[in-house]
Design a protein around this ligand. Structure first.
Ligand code: NAD
Ligand code: UDP
Ligand code: UDP
Length: 338
């Protein structure tokens, strides 16, 4: 670290981490990397509502200004266009590190998971902030254990087309634990399972956004492979609640945050048909390489230690994203969703 960082560190008074659960305190300074993205912007809404000061750091790779625009003008809110692969100097109490090219279409060849995470850990170390990593269920790869517990080490191809994402997140977890053990940084690790909701990227190729957009546009739903592979889909408000409980709680993790309700892609297509258009057609396309056959979180740990479990099941959650998608696709300029 350049000397200037270390000098500044000496003058920083930090309050994070030492506050017992349940004690009400106001005015934390919180940075959310990737805060202009899908999950990040919903998290920012909750933190702003709680009365914290929020700095969003985002390079708008997949995020959009529209997702956080409703906070412009609030003196507790700041938006910085910045790539976390470059060092960053800030004085904050908590860091929610979400910045990541999160979809298969975007994540190839990108060093964000490793270099970006290293920089944010360096920042956390310098100012004594608590650091939360949003890792992913992809660390389990094509799992040989089902459902997946946090103790499972995963089954990941290190040289495949998805490796940049899953190995990148595995490395990010390693770095996070090394900074915790080696430098005493207070860390939290969430392993997030497939999440959906308003403000999801429209064209980033994920299955829920694809199906919803296709049904609204009267295009056939594209099922990859035989459609019998499974995923477990979590509504975004449940995830945000879990992330905040994890940050405020006493446990490092990793914690699985996901909805154990498991669906095949054909079942998902059916729910989308029921919700949007019963006449929507299904077409089959080749599946992508190394696609995990099944995925379902064991969330006993989060239940026990965070007092958390998801509340919104797929049939309740899916309709909640339709009006946002409709507005963005058919363009009546009401951006953002709720
Ligand atoms: P998203 O693409 O909407 O959000 C990611 C944000 O990070 C975007 O705003 C993007 O512009 C920003 N970003 C990317 N690279 C950056 C960089 N180098 N510097 C600064 N900003 C950068 O995706 P999301 O679904 O909101 O995902 C948020 C986090 O949750 C990610 O870390 C992702 O890996 C994790 N996650 C999400 C899911 C899911 O289903 N949504 C599942 C598992 C893990
Ligand atoms: N870093 C940063 N902001 C800070 C402190 C550090 O972006 O406030 C970056 C720094 O540039 C380095 C990384 O975080 O690339 C790791 O920093 P650390 O101090 O842990 O490692 P060192 O620089 O001592 O190798
Ligand atoms: N998928 C699909 N049709 C699509 C997009 C994806 O059938 O239009 C499948 C994909 O092959 C995978 C599952 O849906 O089996 C989930 O894919 P997604 O990219 O949403 O998430 P991830 O694979 O990262 O869990």
């Amino acid at each position: 670290t350049p000397a200037v960082y270390k000098q500044r560190a000496a003058s920083v008074v930090h309050s994070s981490g030492k506050i017992p659960l349940g004690i009400k305190r106001k005015g934390l300074r919180i940075v959310v990397t990737g805060g202009a993205g899908f999950v990040g912007s919903h998290l920012v809404d909750r933190l702003m509502a709680r009365g914290d000061s929020v700095i969003v750091v985002d390079n708008f790779f997949t995020g959009r200004k529209e997702n956080v625009m409703h906070h412009f003008g609030n003196p507790r809110f700041e938006l910085i266009r910045h790539d976390v692969v470059e060092p960053l100097l800030l004085e904050v109490d908590q860091i929610y590190h979400l910045a990541c090219p999160a979809s298969p279409v975007h994540y190839k060849f990108n060093p964000t998971n490793v270099v970006g995470t290293l920089n944010m850990l360096g920042l956390a170390k310098r100012v004594g902030a608590r650091f939360l990593l949003t890792s992913t269920s992809e660390v389990y790869g094509d799992p040989l254990e089902h459902p997946q517990k946090e103790t499972y080490w995963g089954n990941v191809n290190p040289i495949g087309v998805r490796s940049c994402y899953d190995e990148g997140k595995r490395t990010a977890e390693t770095l996070t634990m090394d900074y915790h053990r080696g430098a005493g940084v207070e860390v939290r690790i969430a392993r997030i399972f497939n999440t959906y909701g308003p403000r999801m990227c429209l064209d980033d190729g994920r299955v829920v956004s694809n199906f919803v957009a296709q049904a609204l546009r009267k295009e056939p739903l594209t099922v990859y492979g035989d459609g019998k592979q499974t995923r477990s889909f979590q509504y975004v408000s449940d995830l945000v609640e879990g992330l905040m409980r994890l940050m405020e709680g006493e446990h490092v993790g990793p914690f699985n945050l996901g909805n154990p309700g498991e669906f095949t892609m054909l079942e998902l297509a059916k729910v989308v048909q029921e919700t949007i258009d019963p006449d929507a057609k299904i077409v089959y396309r080749d599946n992508t390489e190394d696609d995990p056959h099944k995925r379902k979180p064991d969330i006993s740990n989060a239940k026990e230690h965070l007092g958390w479990e998801p509340k919104v099941d797929l049939r309740k959650g899916l309709p909640l994203m339709v009006s946002d998608f409709r507005q963005r696709i058919f363009g009546d300029h009401k951006e953002g969703g709720s």
